[in-house]
Ligand binder design. Structure first.
Ligand SMILES: [Zn+2]
Length: 190
């Protein structure tokens, strides 16, 4: 598991999309949802399946199905409006999904049951670039590596998205709109 920064993709995604679309309540919910898959440690401490079966660590809570289900569940509180609920569901599902993605990028630890409930097998990502082998689960070295490999890419990505949104807004305001009457004339002349 990434120890410290599981909440961070939710913040980065909210910043990238923009505060008008994703308010602070949804952002906070996303941060909680992004950490939630590791609640499976509660089952592990109960001795259920430990690290292999679907209810062990990185089992069903680290699957695509769990992320979709949690997104749909969380959207019930998004308020009225179909579009609003769909947006909240997608945001919360992505936040939840960011958890197994981060776990899967680490070069240590067991793999995720991505395809549960259709497939219980643990599947490793082909690309696991984050070097955590031999690094203690807690401590400054762990934090340093997470900041480098997870924190910096997230900050760069979200700021790039903010810059692109800003540029798009400027472009839209810079291009003069065609007056409605002129548009009408163009249509009738054809
Ligand atoms: Zn995890």
């Amino acid at each position: 598991m990434a120890t410290y920064l599981h909440f961070a993709p939710a913040i980065a995604l909210a910043v990238a999309i923009g505060p008008r679309t994703v308010g602070w309540r949804l952002t906070l919910a996303g941060a909680v949802f992004a950490v939630l898959p590791d609640a499976d440690f509660a089952l592990v401490t109960l001795g259920i399946d430990r690290y292999s079966g679907p209810y062990g660590h990185r089992g069903f809570t680290h699957s695509l199905g769990f992320a979709l289900a949690l997104g749909a569940f969380g959207a019930l509180w998004a308020g009225p409006g179909r579009g609003r609920r769909l947006g909240a569901a997608a945001f919360l599902a992505l936040c939840t999904l960011s958890h197994p993605v981060l776990d899967g990028l680490l070069d240590r630890g067991i793999c995720n049951a991505w395809l549960w409930p259709f497939e219980e097998a643990r599947i490793c990502l082909d690309w696991r670039p984050v070097p955590m082998l031999g690094v203690p689960l807690f401590g400054m070295e762990r934090l340093r590596r997470e900041l480098i490999w997870i924190g910096i890419p997230l900050v760069v990505s979200s700021l790039t998205a903010v810059w692109l949104r800003w540029g798009w807004r400027r472009l839209r305001t810079a291009v003069p709109t065609i007056p409605a009457r002129a548009k009408g004339r163009t249509c009738t002349s054809n």
